[in-house]
Design a protein around this ligand. Structure first.
Ligand SMILES: *Cc1c(COP(=O)(O)O)cnc(C)c1O
Length: 366
């Protein structure tokens, strides 16, 4: 049996470090917004090449707080990819703004910059670019559109920890970025967590206040804020795991290389990596016109797979209010029917990846 992802193995490899991080926090007597969060924020900002990092409750809140801090609200529009995880859309909806979908490039899965301008209206305030599956979106092209139209460019980096674009890390490429530390992400906590990174001092300041009840000084409330804080325990765990992130991303890359080399002459559609991209390989997503059959075949042969994502946001009951009938976003809809995520993770053995390649080749010939 080859699991889709072995989450426990990550914690077991670092068991000693995580136990001592736990002890450190337990014995500190301080559990929310203390020294661990402060240190993690400095270390993660430094890692991303950003000036500021603000730890928050989760990835969705990171994106929502950025939009809220930029005063995006009712009646505004936010451009989002048509094929992302629903959190990208929800972040816009939470502010009262309307998410406006733009189709991805079918080969890279990321928002197609050539399609963005057609979606801009006088109400558009921001573009959220998602680094889907761990590969950076084409940020130079997106930033240029943002500049020309006076729009904020926000990275949804929830799947991209450590990925690079033209040598620069994601989290340092737009006006601000939202990260998630959900356990299954490349940098995952042992519970929920998130962060904002930005070079914008004013934005960082506002989000620091907003995440903590709108307060800079206890019991003095400058704004109607939220309670969305990264806690000390998760920050302490994340500091240990951040030290391994590059090594673990390298292991993901070796697995991806086995898949890419092994399947290059098959009918399985492989992800395209532009010359400027160094993906973090959060997911390894292939395409097949016989996707359901392929998934069934792999399950039968003991290989765990998943679909990210089986229903695009515009066809979810949650977004029926926007009134997009089937066929409105054909690229996202087609992808939802053809994509399949193969096992991928820092604790997967190269032998297992070879076995999966062999299975896929056999399927391909049948
Ligand atoms: C995981 C994820 C989020 C949300 O992060 P949470 O911490 O689960 O709130 C947002 N966007 C994308 C693309 C994600 O994969």
């Amino acid at each position: 049996m080859i699991p889709f992802l072995d989450l426990k193995a990550s914690q077991m490899e670092l068991s000693e470090q995580l136990q001592s991080a736990f002890e450190r926090v337990l014995n500190s007597g301080w559990y929310v917004l203390g020294e661990e969060v402060k240190q993690f924020e400095m270390e993660f900002a430094d890692y991303c090449g950003a000036k500021h990092c603000i730890g928050v409750g989760n990835g969705l809140e990171a994106l929502h707080l950025i939009l809220h801090a930029y005063e995006i609200s009712d009646g505004d529009e936010v451009i989002v990819p048509s094929n992302t995880y629903i959190a990208t859309w929800l972040a816009a909806s939470y502010t009262g703004a309307t998410p406006v979908p733009v189709e991805p490039d079918e080969k890279t899965f990321n928002i197609d910059p050539a399609c963005i301008e057609a979606a801009i209206t006088p109400r558009t305030k921001a573009i959220i670019a998602v680094h889907l599956y761990g590969q950076s979106a084409d940020m130079d092209a997106i930033n240029a559109i943002g500049r020309n139209h006076g729009l904020k460019v926000i990275e949804d980096a929830a799947q991209g920890h450590g990925a690079r674009y033209k040598g620069k890390r994601v989290g340092s490429l737009g006006d601000a970025a939202g990260f998630s530390f959900y356990p299954g992400k490349n940098l995952g906590a042992i519970g929920d967590g998130g962060a904002v990174t930005t070079d914008d001092q004013e934005l960082a300041d506002r989000i620091r206040i907003l995440r903590n009840y709108g307060s800079r000084v206890k019991y003095h409330n400058e704004a109607q804020g939220f309670n969305s804080r990264l806690d000390e325990l998760q920050a302490a765990f994340l500091r240990e795991k951040l030290k391994r992130l590059d090594e673990w991303n390298d292991r993901r890359k070796s697995i991806a290389t086995i898949y890419l080399d092994g399947l290059k002459d098959s009918n399985i559609g492989l992800p395209e990596v532009p010359a400027w991209a160094e993906p973090a390989w959060h997911l390894f997503v292939v395409q097949s016109n016989d996707r359901d059959k392929l998934q069934h075949y792999l399950t039968k042969n003991g290989v765990g797979t998943m679909i990210h994502y089986p229903i695009p946001p515009h066809l979810q009951p949650a977004y029926q209010e926007l009134g997009y009938p089937e066929g409105t976003f054909p690229v996202a809809e087609k992808l939802s029917n053809t994509i399949l995520s193969l096992p991928m993770g820092p604790h997967m053995s190269p032998q297992n990846a070879q076995e999966i390649v062999a299975l896929l080749k056999r399927f391909d010939k049948s």
